[in-house]
Design a protein around this ligand. Sequence first.
Ligand code: SF4
Length: 65
Amino acid sequence: MKIKVDFDLCESNGLCEAMAPDVFELDDDDLLQVHTDETTPENLDRVKQAVAACPRAAISLEGDE
Ligand code: SF4
């Protein structure tokens, strides 16, 4: 599935990074970096947890698993 982040909604609170630090990371300027735009069998559960944890609903998944 494609991982999409709406950076206009993101408030850089890092909750997604807490769930999936291999995919989401806040840089030194508190800007969210997304290391991949595709889910994998390894990261899918954690990416879904990040989607659920985001209080701004800034992360979405598109396409088939
Ligand atoms: S949890 Fe949502 S608002 Fe927080 S850093 Fe991640 S994408 Fe941005």
